[in-house]
Design a protein around this ligand. Sequence first.
Ligand code: UD1
Length: 416
Amino acid sequence: MERIIVTPGHRLNGEVRASGSKNSALPILASTILTEEECRVTRCPDISDVDNTVQILRYLGCEAEFSSGTVTVKADCIEKSDIPYSLMEQMRSSIIFLGAMLARLGRAEISMPGGCDLGPRPIDVHISSLKKMGAEFVEYGGFLYGEAQQLRGAYIHLPFPSVGATENIMLAAVTAVGETVISNAAKEPEIADLAQMLTKMGARIEGAGGDVIKIVGVKRLYGAEHEIIPDRIEAVTLIAAAMITGGKVTVTGIVPEHIKAVADVLETAGVRISTGESFVTADAPKRLKAVPRIVTAPYPGFPTDCQPMLTAMLSVADGVTLVSEQVFQSRFKYVNELYRMGADIYVEDRTAIVLGNSRLTGARVTATDLRAGAALVIAALASTGKTEIDDIYHIARGYENIDGKLRTLGADIKMK
Ligand code: UD1
């Protein structure tokens, strides 16, 4: 599958179920190497990032199977302590294995993740935190070599609430000697989900989901079964897709609280939102209205991962929206592609000025990253004429059956 083809002209209506969260699945799958016993992780989305994580687990020597949404891992005979370039380049977030490998094996060799289309994505905070816990690192030839005879608990104040660094510290701390305190920790729902899995495995963790997380190291962890939380970013993608077509959608199997910041923005845009215990219904107004300002921020703020999709949606709204990106340095590359589809959007430094009322036209465009690809699909649904989106492997990294789900809602979308 190389290309997505969208033929517009259909209002999206109906009900669709969210898949399990990509960003939760990756650290939780990494946590399974902390025990020799079998772990079962359910509601894993069928996406290439999960496939790639399973490949890494197998490379390390684990038995790992992915079938019908469940990944079963037994890490009783790990043979390797490196992640080669070929696997690392597929997925920058494989850095999440660093803390778990140091904890389980006392060493880790990881190909350096480098930059990506969101701008440079350094791992300095991961490294300085793990150093505080007794790990030592050498960088050479594009590889990072880490060693830790015995990880020790430490007090770690993060300069900003990095999601990946918080997860890496948690994975390293659960079997370290003594207490680890993470202050200014990331509060994303995926952090609390990882803590739940680790707690089921026998870890002692308090405060995950808040500013301060306390972890008391235990001698050993055990096998566990855990269901991944729903993918809040996928849910927002499906809602934005329906809203740009003037439709009405119910996304089931989600935690409405997880998308509160986005729901508030949608309401400002005129969308009628109603929620139940595990669903959100979004009903589009006759015309979407601009939102004066969207500023991305760590959870519970407006998620950077939803920024491209909402920008695409608001390109057809009535009035000017300012979108300020505060988490990643260059997350507006997709705007060039939207511009080619007729979107009136200008970028100045970290702010996109979305002029609104754009008349989108179908074009041949390229997905530059995962959420950029989603933004193009959304724009394509409301344009005149067919859109062909290339490089859709980016979309396959993080969306399970996105074409099937959109077709269920009435879209004319094909993968070729
Ligand atoms: C995770 C998510 C990603 C989301 C992001 C922010 C996963 C697999 N990915 O990425 O989808 O967009 O959170 O919500 O869960 N930084 C440093 N040094 C570091 C670490 C991070 O400078 O050591 C910077 C990054 O370059 C970025 C910012 O901090 O500008 C936020 O990064 P972080 O929260 O760590 O994001 P990720 O864990 O990479």
